[in-house]
Design a protein around this ligand. Structure first.
Ligand SMILES: C[S@@+](CC[C@H](N)C(=O)[O-])C[C@H]1O[C@@H](n2cnc3c(N)ncnc32)[C@H](O)[C@@H]1O
Length: 222
């Protein structure tokens, strides 16, 4: 799966098992199942990410799914977005140690970086929030016609059905539940894919985004 970057993937697993556990970023019980539950389960998301696009991994935590995705896809430009300093420090160390020049770490909450981050083609997320709330944070960060890919468990269909009204208000045009990782992970990873139209976040976020961009321009001029 990781090809030439397999040694970097091993190094990342070691960092998670050591500093990740010591600093409380990952539970000690996860250590024996780091590869199948975390690295591989996240890396297979690559199957549904288009070639050469920009990606924002919202609520990246210790780098999941963003780091495994970066290891299998050097063609992507990935931003790891995470509000907690302890976690962004760890992420920055991992990015530097593994030499991941196509990955940037940004500290912040998704709803607060609107207008400050360049809109991206793909938002990824795992274990951040229920789909309706996650969409409210992630969809406004997308470019027109971009997509959010949320790794979800068995509740994917249920969450999607419960979030339909919220998604429609956010300008989502298309939704699907996908299984990825055939022949690589067992069980397969479940991904909820939502695709927006020309107004990511709908009317409410168009105004918010424009206001945030104006504030950011003024701040930069000072
Ligand atoms: C349960 S952890 C999951 C971390 C990682 N995605 C994983 O699968 O291991 C949820 C993460 O989302 C972050 N988070 C919570 N609210 C957020 C928000 N509004 N914007 C961005 N990240 C957020 C938390 O700080 C935390 O690191």
């Amino acid at each position: 799966m990781f090809g030439e970057l397999f040694p970097e993937a091993v190094r990342y697993a070691e960092l998670l098992a050591d500093a990740g556990v010591k600093r409380g970023l990952i539970g000690p019980r996860e250590v024996p199942r780091l590869w199948e539950r975390h690295l591989l389960n996240c890396a297979v998301l690559s199957e549904v990410v288009p070639e050469g696009v920009t990606v924002c991994d919202v609520g990246s935590g210790a780098g999941l799914p963003g780091i495994p995705l970066a290891l299998v896809r050097p063609d992507l430009k990935i931003t790891l977005l995470e509000p907690l300093l302890r976690r962004t420090n760890f992420l920055q160390e991992v990015v530097e140690l593994l030499g991941l020049d196509h990955v940037t770490v940004v500290r912040g909450r998704a709803e607060e970086v609107l207008g400050k981050l360049q809109p991206v083609h793909v938002v990824t997320a795992r274990a951040v929030a229920p789909l309706d709330r996650l969409a409210g944070w992630g969809v406004p960060l997308l470019k027109p016609y971009g997509e959010m890919l949320a790794l979800k468990g068995d509740t994917a269909e249920e969450e999607l059905n419960g979030a339909r009204a919220a998604l429609s208000k956010l300008g989502v045009l298309e939704t699907e539940v996908l299984q990825v990782g055939e022949g690589l992970v067992d069980p397969l990873s479940t991904v909820v894919r939502v695709v927006v139209g020309e107004s990511p976040g709908g009317v409410r976020f168009a105004a918010k985004r424009a206001k945030a961009a104006r504030t950011e321009r003024t701040r930069r001029r000072r």
